[in-house]
Design a protein around this ligand. Structure first.
Ligand code: SIN
Length: 478
């Protein structure tokens, strides 16, 4: 077993006490590697290593920590192609998207390295009696990180960069589908000179037990999780006993509103970018397309033409727009969602389902006449299926858009500035793309409301997630 297939704990590359597990290539279903499967003892070992490293890492100057994160950033940039090929290999996403994921992930490393040196407290106005109040910003401590398979690099970078810059240390559990990119990232951190124990990477298949340990262990002071709302609920319940700090980036059900006064070409392009990113497998993918009746027919006609032009193929194939879905289970789920939607009255006007028996490729599919009663309305599709509903007035559009438990991303297309502001203010979501289908950025706070989670990643808010504010009251000064 090579180093890049092992767990990385306390600066050591270790085989798994539970043996190993297979990672497959979604394009072919073939095994590409066997990776260490850690035991709970090894999770504890990683927590101890992170806890030990915390004492010295937190005491470095902010600039020294920033230099460490920047050195990691440089390594990621130097290995851009290698990382992208690894992402494509284990997640199936097209190589162009994988390259842009490396750039996206790296942007968090740079941005938070730069932000970390500015993360200070405040001196506040003098209190009665001459007391002087001030605040310190201190690192939270050891952070448990659980990341999903849809962005094997960027989701780690988005959590690790602010945590490290703030002075925290990490125990990272990557998704079992995509541990190889995470391991390469850990190796680059080692090469960049990040001290042993600052980053620990624990691949494993016993996700429930590892998650519980990261929620309940006394030495872990925070958990940051990106994944499904169902798992988020379990982690939150497990964290209640010790009031664990949490960042939860959970599922979305993004509405994509197209108003009569929208630029239709821009709206179609925005939808293609949002809906088909990673073959529809992101939490911020447009999920319910709401189209005002006056432009409905012309919008759908343009959309169909554009969808029919999308190319399916293995991610490594240059020019592929859509790769395979991540697993057999994922494609079976999408097939079943489409089937249920059709039974409930939706009409399929484009698409041919799964492409090739046993494959994980699903053709771009258009479902019209979807109503809020249709089961697909309340599901995060996570596949290349466009579900469309017409609406009449602006008010109807907003009501339909907000008719869900989720509150992560939303999108609206309109050339009326006043309407865009009005509607954006009325949408119950953490993020609103206005005439834009791709909204994620290291500089901006990414996150949701309602059942889509807690906390923000990116921007100053993303830094605050890893800092405690301590209030000092200085008396006797005169
Ligand atoms: C996600 O799907 O959870 C993340 C998407 C993004 O960062 O743009």
């Amino acid at each position: 077993m090579t180093k890049l297939h092992k767990a990385y704990i306390g600066g050591q590359w270790l085989t798994g006490n539970r043996g190993s597990f297979e990672v497959d290539d979604p394009a072919t279903g073939e095994s590409v590697a066997k990776v260490a499967d850690v035991s709970l003892d090894q999770v504890e070992q990683a927590i101890d290593a992170a806890n030990q490293a915390f004492e010295s890492w937190r005491r470095l100057s902010a600039q020294e920590r920033a230099d460490g994160v920047l050195a990691w950033y440089d390594k990621v940039r130097e290995n851009r192609q290698r990382l992208a090929e690894m992402i494509t290999r284990e997640s199936g996403k097209p190589i162009a998207e994988a390259l842009s994921e490396v750039d996206y992930g790296a942007s968090y490393l740079r941005w938070f390295a730069e932000q970390g040196v500015r993360a200070g407290g405040q001196t506040l106005p003098t209190l009665p009696g001459g007391r002087r109040p001030l605040t310190l910003k201190q690192p939270v401590g050891v952070v448990g990180v659980i990341t999903p398979w849809n962005f094997p690099l960027a989701m780690i970078a988005r959590k690790a960069a602010p945590a490290l810059a703030a002075g925290c240390t990490l125990v990272i559990k990557p998704a079992a589908e995509t541990p190889l990119t995470a391991l390469l990232l850990a190796e680059l951190a080692e090469q960049a000179g990040l001290p042993a124990g600052v980053i620990n990477l624990i691949p494993g298949t016993d996700a429930a037990a590892i998650g519980k340990c990261l929620c309940t262990h006394s030495k872990v002071r925070k958990l940051s999780f990106t994944g499904s709302t169902a798992v988020g609920r379990v982690l939150m319940a497990q964290s209640a006993q010790k009031i664990q700090r949490l960042s939860l980036e959970l599922g979305g059900n993004a509405p994509f509103l197209v108003f009569d006064d929208a630029n239709l070409e821009a709206a179609v392009e925005g939808l293609i970018a949002s809906k088909f990113r990673n073959s529809g497998q992101t939490c911020v993918c447009a999920n319910r397309i709401l189209v005002q009746r006056g432009i409905y027919d012309s919008f759908i006609a343009r959309l169909k033409t554009r969808m029919a032009s999308l190319t399916l193929g293995p991610g490594a194939l240059p020019g592929a727009d859509l790769g395979p879905l991540i697993s057999d289970r994922a494609i079976a789920r999408v097939e079943s969602l489409v089937e249920q939607a059709l039974e409930a009255g939706a009409v399929q006007t484009l698409g041919a389902g799964r492409v090739g028996e046993g494959s994980r490729y699903h053709s771009p599919t258009l479902l019209e006449s979807v109503t809020p009663e249709n089961p697909i309305w309340s599901q995060e599709i996570f596949g290349p299926v466009v579900s469309v509903t017409p609406f009449d007035s602006e008010e109807d559009g907003i009501t339909l858009a907000n008719h869900t438990e989720a509150g992560l991303a939303s999108y609206l297309f309109s050339d009326s500035l006043s309407r865009a502001i009005r509607v954006a203010e009325s949408l119950d979501y953490g993020m609103v793309g206005i005439n834009e289908g791709i909204i994620s950025s290291a500089t901006a706070p990414f996150g949701g409301i309602k059942s889509s989670g807690l906390g923000r990643e990116g921007g100053q808010e993303g830094m605050d997630e890893y800092l405690e504010t301590k209030y000092l009251c200085l008396g006797g000064i005169g």
